[in-house]
Design a binder for this molecule. Structure first.
Ligand SMILES: [Fe+2]
Length: 83
C-alpha cells in the first residue's frame, strides 16, 4: 500500500489510532469487533474512491483488506457468542 501512496507523490505514514484500554476480556473482544467493523467500512469507502480515480490495483488491494477484516469480525462475533 505504501508503494502506491509514494508513487502518487504522497508521504506514507503509519500512526495507530487511539483506543480504550479495557480490563475485561469480553469488553476487549467487543472493542476489537467494533474496530474490525470500522476497518471494513473504511477500506470499503477507500476502495470506492480508488475505483472512481481509476486505480484498479489499489481498489483491489483495499477490497482484499476489507475482506480480511470482515473475516476477523466474523471470527470475533463467533467468539462473543460463546462468552
Ligand atoms: Fe483485523
Amino acid at each position: 500500500m505504501t508503494d502506491v501512496v509514494a508513487d502518487r507523490g504522497g508521504d506514507p505514514t503509519t500512526k495507530p489510532k487511539e483506543f480504550d484500554k479495557l480490563d475485561d476480556l469480553k469488553g476487549m473482544v467487543e472493542l476489537d469487533l467494533k474496530m474490525e467493523l470500522s476497518d471494513v467500512d473504511n477500506y470499503t469507502k477507500h476502495s470506492k474512491l480508488a475505483e472512481q480515480m481509476g486505480l484498479t490495483e489499489l481498489k483491489v488491494k483495499l477490497e482484499e483488506m476489507a475482506a480480511d477484516e470482515s473475516r476477523h469480525a466474523r471470527e470475533l462475533h463467533r467468539i462473543l457468542k460463546g462468552m
